[in-house]
Design a protein around this ligand. Structure first.
Ligand SMILES: Cc1cc2nc3c(=O)[nH]c(=O)nc-3n(C[C@H](O)[C@H](O)[C@H](O)COP(=O)(O)O)c2cc1C
Length: 311
């Protein structure tokens, strides 16, 4: 340990004991009168990324905040990723003043709102609006059924925290002052320039200028980093051999066979993923009455997989 000095983790360790890179989002939620209000948040991370019926973020909030209370009552929000210019960040910090009511915050709001895709699909529904100036926005719904949080109640008028017999582990009211929200992703909206880059291939100049909040703050300042040109780092190109792909294929419990030319198409797949990929091929073969997978079949399977990814 000679090269390091130890720091004691304390409350809000990500702000007080670390430099911790995080996004900055303005979270739009619905107030009781159906209008949209916004609060800035950084404690946001992808939570369910694959293998569930839905994708989700995790948002961590002071439970007395407008955002937390609105989520408990109205369930929906939009995560608006704003650009990194000073004026925008200044507005984010202004909206972060604890205790201001939505009306107090929103009267001087410098951005504009527009309806999102949820509203376009459900004209009679009430959804928080998207900030027009956002680079990208994610429309979400709180999954209140996880961790038994569906019965969590809003705070009584004037209370600044919860006093409960039991707090949830990861969703809803989790501590006297804290809340966690598993947010199902309903829609991802992106400005055309960035949308097209993701669809057609991203180069260094195609990344949006979004700020990085470095976690650490003091009593005077929030510190953040402006976007810089991104640097590409080549992924390792490691190939397995056809022999090892053939070995993995032989271990499958199936009468479906692969030609060597088909297996050749899988030499770039890291060994740890080979059984899953091969099982996917066998599943496709079973569904389509195929007993021998050759290059043509492999191309159909790959095509299907990329279409599914695209969707
Ligand atoms: C850049 C920035 C990031 C913030 N991140 C968080 C966060 O992740 N969680 C949190 O509880 N408060 C965070 N805050 C403080 C909240 O914004 C503050 O509690 C604010 O009052 C919330 O607004 P609301 O009541 O309208 O939801 C952040 C503030 C700023 C300026």
């Amino acid at each position: 340990m000679s090269g390091f000095k130890s720091l004691r983790p304390v409350d809000n360790f990500y702000q007080s004991s670390l430099f911790f890179p995080m996004p900055v989002v303005l979270v739009s939620t619905l107030t009781d009168d159906g209008t949209t209000t916004c609060g800035p948040y950084s404690l946001l991370a992808p939570f369910y990324v694959a293998g569930k019926e839905y994708y989700a973020f995790m948002l961590e909030c002071r439970n007395s905040s407008n955002t937390a209370q609105n989520l408990i009552k109205h369930k929906k929000c939009v995560l608006n990723f704003m650009s990194d210019d000073r004026k925008t960040f200044k507005e984010c910090v202004r909206l972060g003043w604890p205790g201001d009511t939505p009306a107090e915050k929103m009267k001087d709001f410098i951005f504009h709102f527009e309806d999102g895709e949820r509203k376009a699909e459900d004209r009679n529904g009430i959804y928080p609006q998207v900030i027009s100036e956002a680079v990208q926005a994610v429309e979400c719904t709180w999954v209140d059924t996880l961790d038994g949080a569906e019965n969590d109640k809003p705070l009584p008028e004037g209370a600044d925290h919860y006093e409960l017999e039991k707090y949830h582990d990861f969703n809803g009211i989790t501590t006297p002052y804290g809340a966690h929200f598993v947010l199902r992703i309903d829609k991802i909206l992106m400005k055309p320039k960035y949308h097209d880059a993701i669809v057609n291939g991203v180069t260094a100049k195609d990344f949006p200028p979004i700020p990085v909040d470095y976690g650490y703050r003091d009593s005077k300042n929030f510190w953040y980093h402006k976007h810089r040109r991104l640097l590409p780092e080549l992924l390792p190109q490691r190939q397995t051999t056809v022999d090892s792909v053939r070995y993995a294929a032989k271990r499958l419990q199936t009468d479906v066979k692969f030609t060597d030319a088909a297996l050749e198409k899988l030499v770039n797949v890291p060994r740890i993923f080979l059984p899953t990929v091969l099982k996917g091929c066998v599943k496709w073969a079973d569904e389509n009455g195929v007993k021998l997978i050759d290059v043509k079949e492999m191309e159909i399977i790959n095509d299907k997989r990329s279409k599914e990814k695209g969707r």
